[in-house]
Design a protein around this ligand. Structure first.
Ligand SMILES: [Zn+2]
Length: 594
């Protein structure tokens, strides 16, 4: 990165962790929460509780939660930018305590509201509640699976020392692990958390050394990882039975506002099109100059050595969005002008790349670490895209409605990636650079579409096995892992035997609170590819519809959002549209490398 430090300015929120405004704000929010808890608790399901009173309650809750989010953005940003500072760590912990005490108080009211709309579904159609229609529908859909308050609290308390503790144990266990690797003939000891980035190392020998050392480490602790996975998944099967969900994925479908049919249609299209991914893997093998593509080569990008300074990066991102639409350009510019991006490398900074929305400020903060290469531009364009989405939705929606659902969250970000890729393709005459650009885009999308599908099938098979009474030891889990993985890679990739332990190193399988983490990424990627195709066909006419979609935030269901841009997600063939786009770019890349 360039000489000057690119750090975000958080003083728009608070001056520092010691700013007295913080305690004042926290106390005021706690007071307000107590106030509404006292005012409404036990009164919500009474006959004199009108739509107007419910509307007022929701408005008050939104005001409190937007205030909590603002402190969260500040404390998270402070912490992520330097996790090694004791004061930011302490402040972050203080915030988490504060947040959980607020949420605990509001949970009781939420349960009462759930019961109210469950018993009086006509309420949702009252004019005065128009703004909260989708929100209340979600509450209503979730309510039948809630347990009585006492049981809910018991589960919460038991999870703290049960499923959540298993996850914590795994996190802290793996974070202490070291890998012994060889880089250019020299032995090195590195922390296991560096695994992901080293698997992208252009030097194959380094990748082999890292991969072997990592899989060996996972194999040695096979007993630990299989015990944890077995218990987290087993716990979820029991809990979802208690809650009367139809299957282990059911809760996730409700949370993501989608249906089993839609997801089945999507997964079927993936299965029918694995061939397209095989074609991409062939290109990968050729471009990496390898006789055989090994498991160690699956995550590597083509290195781009072209330099891009901070100002060039910034200018081209703003320009690309501005060329698409003036308002897009203005929002992107605002993120840069207000110094809402933290881009410099720093000791203690998290490796995460993210866009943190700030509702009250109608803006967003972006965290990334740039290396000063042209290749940095696309990921940063992606994060600015998230920011633009929040700019649109926070201007049009109230707090409960501004956040898009998980499957729609990537809409502006991936779309922005595609705009940038196309812009860079047009502005380079060198065929080598064109190949790199297109290859990296297809590699990213292929990961989201196909690799996530393997993970989705793996999760499904683990639950099926548990429900069939099978005991999941390490070897059995590995067998399911390889079966799901091979559905995607077929014989295009040669895997070492040790690679069967890879599942143990994938964090998402161990998140007790988010089951079936992967399919929303497939959904999002294929949805945006379909969107992009629509844009290419419709041109100008598309832009206004797209802005309406983004402005709607989470106030409509994904299917309704699709309709704004004339896409019918419920059509079984819908997913073919995005897949077609992937295939066309693969064909283009095949031509380029001939
Ligand atoms: Zn994203």
């Amino acid at each position: 990165m360039s000489e000057k430090e690119i750090a975000w300015d958080l003083t728009e929120i608070f001056l520092s962790c010691e700013d007295p405004e913080i305690s004042k704000t926290m106390n005021a929010l706690l007071e307000k929460t107590d106030e509404i808890a006292n005012q409404y608790k036990g009164k919500i399901n009474k006959s004199n509780f009108t739509a107007q009173i419910l509307h007022d309650l929701l408005e008050k809750q939104e005001e409190i939660l937007a205030g909590v989010e603002e402190i969260q953005v500040f404390s998270e940003n402070k912490f992520y930018a330097n996790t090694s500072l004791p004061e930011t760590k302490a402040f972050y912990n203080k915030f988490m305590d504060f947040k959980s005490s607020i949420l605990k108080k509001l949970t009781t009211l939420d349960l009462e509201v759930g019961k109210l709309v469950d018993q009086n579904p006509q309420l949702i159609h009252e004019d005065i509640l128009g703004n909260y229609k989708n929100y209340l529908e979600k509450v209503m859909k979730k309510f039948p699976y809630k347990l009585p308050e006492r049981e809910e609290q018991l589960i919460l308390e038991k999870d703290q020392f049960g499923a959540n503790a298993w996850q914590q144990f795994r996190d802290s266990w793996i974070s202490t692990k070291k890998l012994k690797i060889t880089v250019e003939g020299e032995e090195k000891i590195i922390s296991a958390s560096k695994f992901g980035s080293l698997m992208q190392d252009p030097d194959r020998k380094t990748r082999i050394s890292v991969f072997q050392s990592y899989c060996d480490l996972l194999r040695r602790d096979e007993e630990i990882y299989s015990t944890i996975l077995r218990n987290i998944c087993g716990d979820w099967v029991k809990t979802s039975n208690h809650r009367r969900y139809e299957s282990p994925i059911h809760q996730s479908l409700i949370n993501n506002e989608t249906t089993r049919d839609i997801i089945n249609n999507m997964m079927r299209i993936i299965e029918e099109n694995v061939e397209v991914y095989q074609r991409f893997l062939k290109i990968k093998k050729k471009l990496l100059n390898l006789p055989i593509l090994g498991g160690v080569d699956t995550k590597v990008y083509l290195p781009s050595k072209k330099i891009s300074t901070w100002d060039e990066t910034k200018d081209s991102i703003i320009q690309v969005y501005d060329m698409f639409d003036k308002t897009f350009g203005e929002f992107a510019q605002d993120i840069f002008n207000r110094n809402h991006i933290d881009a410099s490398a720093r000791e203690g900074k998290t490796a995460m790349v993210l866009s943190n929305p700030w509702y009250k400020g109608k803006s967003s903060f972006i965290l990334t670490t740039l290396k000063g290469l042209l290749a940095d531009i696309v990921p940063l364009t992606h994060e600015v895209g998230h920011g633009i989405h929040f700019y649109f939705s926070s201007r049009e929606q109230t707090f409960f409605n501004y956040m898009p659902s998980f499957t729609m969250m990537e809409t502006a970000s991936i779309f922005g990636e595609l705009l940038m890729t196309e812009y860079l393709l047009e502005n380079t005459r060198k065929s080598g650079e064109k190949i790199t650009l297109l290859y990296n885009q297809l590699d990213r999308a292929g990961t989201a579409i196909f690799r996530s599908s393997a993970r989705m099938w793996f999760e499904q098979s683990i639950y099926d096995a548990i429900m069939n009474g099978e005991f999941l030891d390490g070897k059995t889990i590995s067998k399911y892992w390889c079966a799901a993985r091979d559905k995607i890679y077929r014989d295009s990739v040669e895997w070492d035997d040790e690679s069967k332990w890879e599942w143990a190193g994938i964090d998402q399988f161990f998140f007790p609170e988010i089951r079936f983490y992967n399919y929303p990424y497939i959904y999002a990627q294929l949805f945006v590819y379909a969107l992009y195709r629509t844009y290419k066909k419709e041109g100008e006419h598309f832009v206004q519809k797209f802005k309406s979609l983004l402005s709607a935030g989470g106030s409509l269901s994904p299917e309704e959002l699709g309709k704004i841009v004339d896409l019918d997600i419920s059509n079984p063939k819908f997913w073919q549209l995005g897949m077609k786009q992937y295939e066309e770019w693969v064909t283009e890349l095949e031509k380029l490398i001939k």
